[in-house]
Design a protein around this ligand. Structure first.
Ligand code: NAD
Length: 515
């Protein structure tokens, strides 16, 4: 529903990290803004920070001098909240406390017109709970921005249980004036974007506690194999290990003990040890004075020579991509039966020990629907895992079992080097590292979708614009195929146990219907 915005300014309460960013994008978008903060001088200081930010944008050629000047002149700092009487929308970005937010809106209800829309930028409190007790509570909505606001072009518009369509439409329209894409989410833990991204860190912590790889290796797999800009542990250090732990606990409580959201025990111990991330110079990484904490990622893998015949077994998109890359690298992929194979890449979803023919040379099996242990049963076989689109992946994971020889592992490594991929060795398990994290992300997104938290299109827009994911989770689901995702989740549930890995029924039905 498109709406015409009422006359008058918008109000922003709280001039900290988020409030200043919100005021800035509103003013750049041509809206008049009143900015207030309880802390003496905070609003004026925020206006100063916005001015310097916009001057840097002018220096970089992103804005003209006149545009920057006009934007700053649209921001008026208010000495008291009473000055918000003519605002048609007030966005709050104050402390993350229910009583503070509720108290603020209740006070504003006395000052503003009954039509004024109240939007909360909360990231963890239910919008419906904030609205409760506020006069005309149908005017209360969520407008959830992403940090840093000027760079993240997304706003999640959240409908509380009693929010009116009119109030939501005004929030969306203001979001679009601010040059943000708006997506719709219903009121629930983490709304849409923070909910579907929950497994990114939780699953990584689970892998760490099971000893499949260390934090640096997990991050490297996620960056090089998945194309994410940052791994889960570097991100956790940036956000703050303590902040992340609070969010994890709040999710678990709001979800009434949902097993997928059970917090890891790792951060509690780190917090006790004072390892809070970048702010304490030590978290999952140690930060040097110059800010460095890990080695730079390697450039493209040197392509090694390829010769002889290889077999790639399987009919998944991944198997087809592997065949194409092997052929392009110079391998014969459809050699006659009698010809010995350099290696057989078994990319079927589930491979059981007896299906694996070792008579034609070494074999590496895809660890998706099985761990290597379950597939190889102690025989001399290597494991590997990667996800489509393989053309965009810079690394492939490999693993060894009790029977895997060094020679088989070397031949496996050489095959992936020949098709231009880095190779990272990790411990064994269904999906290895990346498959497990990404399948759980897609699973969470599928739960959110089937529960009506948001649309498939908004999930994809949300994670790309709000979190810089390399692709949308629903687009990734379609590239990998629901069959491979469910097969990995089922194997995790079988081998690791617990309800954490139960597949969303939307995914399972897609497999049953052959979609
Ligand atoms: P912040 O601490 O940087 O800023 C909060 C500001 O609000 C402070 O300047 C404080 O003085 C002021 N304030 C507190 N109570 C007030 C009141 N009653 N009236 C007026 N001003 C008041 O915090 P932030 O990171 O900007 O977060 C603000 C809100 O945005 C929180 O609800 C937070 O959950 C949410 N949020 C934060 C992020 C993030 O990454 N920082 C992202 C999305 C949403």
């Amino acid at each position: 529903m498109a709406v015409e915005l009422p006359d008058g300014p918008i109000g922003v309460v709280g001039a900290g990290t988020m409030g200043a960013g919100i005021a800035q994008v509103a003013a750049v978008g041509g809206l008049d803004v009143k900015l207030f903060d309880v802390a003496e001088g905070a609003a004026v200081a925020a206006r100063g920070r916005i001015t310097s930010y916009l001057q840097r944008s002018v220096a970089r050629g992103l804005l003209t001098d006149a545009q920057a000047g006009a934007a700053v002149s649209r921001i008026e700092t208010a000495g008291s909240i009473e000055e918000f009487d003519n605002c048609f929308l007030v966005i709050e970005a104050v402390a993350e406390r229910l009583d503070v937010k509720q108290g603020l809106f209740t006070k504003l209800a006395d000052i503003c017109s009954p039509d004024t829309v109240f939007a909360t930028n909360t990231s963890s409190l239910p919008v419906t709970a904030i609205a409760a007790g506020v006069p005309q509570q149908e005017r209360v909505v969520g407008m959830h921005f992403f940090n840093p606001v000027p760079l993240m072009r997304l706003v999640e518009v959240i409908a509380g249980m009693n929010s009116s369509e009119q109030a939501l439409a005004i929030a969306r329209e203001v979001g679009s004036r601010m040059d943000r894409q708006s997506i719709d989410a219903s009121d629930g833990p983490g709304f849409l974007v923070n909910r579907v991204s929950r497994p990114f860190l939780l699953e990584a912590q689970q892998l760490l506690s099971e000893g499949l790889a260390d934090a640096e290796t997990i991050d490297r797999v996620v960056r090089l194999g998945g194309g994410f800009r940052m791994g889960p542990f570097e991100l956790s250090d940036l956000v703050g290990v303590d902040v992340g732990y609070d969010i994890a606990k709040s999710f678990y409580a709001l979800g009434h003990g949902e097993p997928r959201w059970r917090p890891s025990g790792i951060p509690a111990q780190m917090i006790a040890a004072g390892r809070l991330g970048r702010k304490s110079a030590r978290g999952y990484y140690e930060y040097a004075e110059n800010g460095s904490y890990r080695a730079d990622d390697p450039g493209p893998q040197m392509v090694e020579s390829a010769s002889g015949a290889v077999d790639v077994i399987g009919e998944t998109q991944l198997a087809h991509e592997l065949r194409r890359l092997a052929e392009a690298a110079g391998y014969a992929v459809s050699a006659p039966a009698g010809v010995p194979r350099e290696i057989t890449i078994d990319a079927r979803l589930v491979t059981a020990g007896r299906d694996i023919d070792l008579s034609r040379g070494p074999v590496a099996v895809l660890c998706a629907g099985n761990s290597l242990a379950a597939a190889a049963r102690g025989r001399n076989i290597a494991g590997f895992h990667c996800l489509p689109p393989l053309g965009e992946a810079r690394a492939v994971e490999i693993t060894r079992g009790s029977g895997t020889t060094e020679e088989t592992l070397t031949i496996t490594r050489h095959f992936f080097h020949a098709i231009g991929k880095h190779v990272i060795e990790v411990g064994d398990g269904p999906g290895l590292v990346l498959g497990r994290i990404v399948c759980q992300l897609i699973n969470e997104a599928s739960f959110a979708l089937q529960e009506g938290v948001g649309s498939a299109e908004d999930i994809d827009k949300g994670v790309q614009l709000g979190l810089n994911y390399p692709r949308g989770l629903m687009a990734w689901r379609d590239a990998i195929g629901s069959a491979q995702i469910v097969s990995t989740l089922d194997a995790l549930q079988r081998e690791i146990g617990g309800d954490r890995y139960r597949a969303a029924s939307a995914l399972r039905r897609a497999v049953l219907e052959g979609r």
